[in-house]
Ligand binder design. Sequence first.
Ligand code: COA
Length: 258
Amino acid sequence: MYETLITSLENGIFTVTINRPDKLNALNRQVFTDLNKALDEIYTNKEIKSAIVTGAGAKAFVAGADITEFNGLTLEESKALAKNGQDTFFRIERSPKPIVACVNGFALGGGCELAMSCHFRIASSNAKFGQPEVNLGLIPGYGGTQRLVQLIGKGRAMEALMSGGMIDANTALQYGLVNYVVPQEELLAKTKSILDVINSKAPIAVAKCIESANAVFDETKNGYEVEINSFGDCFGTDDMKEGTNAFLEKRKAIFTGK
Ligand code: COA
C-alpha cells in the first residue's frame, strides 16, 4: 500500500516509519504522497487512536527534503513544493488524534519540520535537530521558520536558522523542543507508554485539547473563544457524562468516543 512507509497498528497506536534508510529517510515526492495516504488513514480509521512518526534505521529520523529533487525547479515549482510540504504538515498539526514524533537520529531540514508539526516529540540520545538550509542557500519551506520560533523562542531559533547549526538531544530537551530523551532502544516503548495513557482518555476531549492549544498560534482565531466552544462541545458528549459519573461513583471511566 505504501512505497516509502512501513506502518503497523497495535493497541490503537498507528506507527508510521519512513523507510528510505539508505538516503537517511529524506522526504521525496513519494514520501509526501505516502504520508498523505497515512494521514487519510489516521483521520478516518476508527481503530486508530493515536500515531507515531519515526524513521527507519539507527541513524536518522529524516535528514531533510530530498535535495536531489531541488535541481531544475522553476520559481513556481519551488513554491508549489513548499506549499505541498506545509499543507501536509498542517494536516499532522491539525489531526484530531495525537501524532507524536519519535526522533531516532538526525532530524534536519524537512525532518526537523516534520517533527515540529507533530503534537510533541520524544528523542533518542543520538538525535540531532537543525535547519541547515542556509548551507544550500535556502531557508526552510515546510513551516520551519514559524514552528522553530514557536517551540524554542525567537533568539534561539534565529541563531539555529541563520547558522544552520545542529541542536543535540540534551540541548533540545533544555530548549523544550523535545519532552524526553531516552536511549534509542527504549524510544518506541517510552512513546507507546505515554500514548497508552492518552488513548485511555475521552477521544473528543483529547481532540479538543489539540484544537484549543493549536489556536494559540493561529492569528485567525481567538484561542479563549475556541476553548469556551470546545469546553461546551465536551459537555454535550456521552464521555463527559461517563467521566463525571465514574468519578462520583469512584470507578474507572469507560470512554466510548461519543
Ligand atoms: N537529500 C537527499 N539525499 C540525502 C539527504 C537529503 N536531504 N541527506 C542524506 N542523503 C543521502 C546522501 O546523499 C547519501 O546518499 P549516497 O549514499 O547515495 O551518497 C546517504 O543519504 C547517506 O548520507 P551521508 O551524507 O553519506 O551520511 P553522513 O553520515 O556522512 O552525513 C548528514 C549525515 C545528515 C550530516 C548528511 O547526510 C547531510 O548533511 N544531509 C543533508 C542535510 C540537509 O541539508 N538537509 C536539509 C535539506 S533541505
